[in-house]
Design a protein around this ligand. Sequence first.
Ligand code: IVH
Length: 748
Amino acid sequence: MKNPPQEIISQLNALREQIAYHNERYYVYDAPDLPDAEYDKLFAQLQSLEQQYPQLITPSSPTQRVGGAPLTAFSSVQHRVPMLSLANAFSPQEVEAFDRGICKKLATEQVSYAAEPKLDGLAISLLYQKGELQQAATRGDGVMGEDVTLNVRTIKSIPLALRGTGYPQTLEVRGEVFMPKAGFVALNQQQLARGEKPFANPRNAAAGSLRQLDASVAASRPLAFYCYGVGYVEEGALATSHTEILNQLQRWGVPVSPEVAVVEGVDGCLAYHQDILQRRDQLRYEIDGVVYKVNELALQKALGFVARAPRWAIAHKFPAQEEMTELLAIDVQVGRTGALTPVARLAPVQVGGVVVTNATLHNEEEIQRKDLRVGDKVIVRRAGDVIPEVVAPVMSYRKDELPRYVMKKSCPVCHSEAVKEHGMAVWRCSGGLFCDAQRKESIKHFVARRAMDIEGLGGKLVEQLVDEQLIKDASDLYKLTEDQLVSLERMGEKSAKNTLKGIEKSKSTQFSKFLFALGIPSVGEESAKILADYFKTLPALMAAKLSDYIVKKGVKGVGPKSAQKIADFLNDEKNREVYDLESPATWRQIKISGVSQSTLAAVAERFQKQGLPDKVNPSDLENKNSVMIPGVGELTAKSIIAFFNQPHNREVIDKLLAAGIHWPAIEDKTAEARPLDGQVVVLTGTLSQMSRDEAKRRLQALGAKVTSSVSKKTSFVVAGSDPGSKVEKALSLGVEVKDEQMLMALLP
Ligand code: IVH
């Protein structure tokens, strides 16, 4: 073994310090100031030095986070100072009572509190001896915990060695190990991809990760740590207030939440609670409340403990985002387009401040994945504005064998067969117009505010009207009479009049709103606006073909790679000399590696029709779909075409228009700005820089009308190579002929 020279030792120490610093920037502050690749280089340098001088490897070197064989069990650790818990407060009144008790006991008017987020993870004790992390233990029952040192060492934000000087020789740091929300989502996606069960929440995921016997599994889990106090301290003294101690720890490299604050009196506490509660959803980790701690250690000492909790601290909890309740039933709802959505009926429960009784279960697969069974106790979660979700069954409460959930494969309303498209998760009712549920939903959609905006006509009334068979589709709304409305239950003369007024008023609408109201699958509010702007009139939209939405460019079967190969071949002077590329027979002899003969035959055909340009552009050969209307892709286009192909839909539209629905004509916003307005242009021959379709589109965008035959009305003809008879005709009529270069000059 080589004897290490002093400079190597200094180099090693410098590298370890740098790496620890960058670790902290990255894992604690989320603010790296070094590119990842540079960090990797530092790490590799350290690894290679340690390889050369293995005697210099220390347990606290950053290379030593993961190591050793998996454990068979965790050993027990006795805490030198018991790990206590906190009393809880659920209302401002309880916090006020807590504060009154403290002020009374201390015979003072007001105290300063340290206020901190209450992290939703698990408590950990970290024992540093002479500044080196020696042992990490879970809280356990507060007296005995489990030794999870190997797993905790893999948590990158926990320093393996304290930084700087002045720390006590024995220092027990206490805090919470947790999993940030983003890491939790990513981990669950991974779990699912591997066919494993997802974790119910970040706390379970953190706990499960720390209890892995194989530290390399823990190392792959996105865990983090914030310190909130100290335990056993020997040979050295700490500051005299809680927040000053946290500052000291932070200086020694221990992560502390940036949200920790000193607040004055109970008012300060409650304002802090409010502030953090409001920002709860924006924090990168889950918290279930805040903790107030009397800040001065001397005062803490005077207050002492009750049972297993300090008198000087309290957790002020937020409304729970997760509760347990019973899954009473799973009903199936039918959507506007027939989608069958299972919905959980729950025993009413308060979650995050509101009562939850229903929650969507999305689809059958989702229910089976979560293994939810009617009769289960389930965890219901509602975070912020998010809709309530059934997270998981509580397996320990499933005593009897409950049957697995299987969705009935028929519509619960019209009993038509349910069908499922290949590869899709959603079952659909095949009843279409015969299904009352689909009728109701599509009419509800039609009358909605963002659609036809019919005042005085809500969802309940639509249901009544369909049930009473007064309407079958949206157009029937415009035939309703006051008598019919009044005959309905709970409908007075006045509301009937109002409803009719609302219906009448809705006749004057906008094209995009009408379009959205039709409920064409996959046409939302936004795409309805785009379509209205693009097609401007309903007949134009109804007549549109797939080729008006999607233009297939290039030659069938040619991908980007073969396009390049073919173009290279054709642009090679030598090949042009050797082969007679105008003759199909010649093409049969050509071989280009990776390009099939049938593809070459298709290319040959193309150039026979259009002639071979001087330079072949690979992008003209590549077979791709080009979307003509940004925001309207092939799926939407097909859905629109299918919708208008349905005779029934056309009938309803005719009836709606006959009832008097109208909208202002859509003006050409670009009309004034377009330089080719009123001009009639004919394209002929092959263009080298773009296809004729593209040229057509670009000319139209400038206001030109592009036609196929030359007449006196033609403003000018654009001639590419091998133009043919149109140029002669133009010349004979005295119509101007422009070449490709002149065309390019016109285009923006
Ligand atoms: S102080 C003697 N501060 O809450 C005081 N605990 O209910 C002991 N927790 O086991 C704890 N965030 O796991 C404290 N800022 C915080 C906390 C916190 C989360 C957890 C901790 C503890 C439990 C007590």
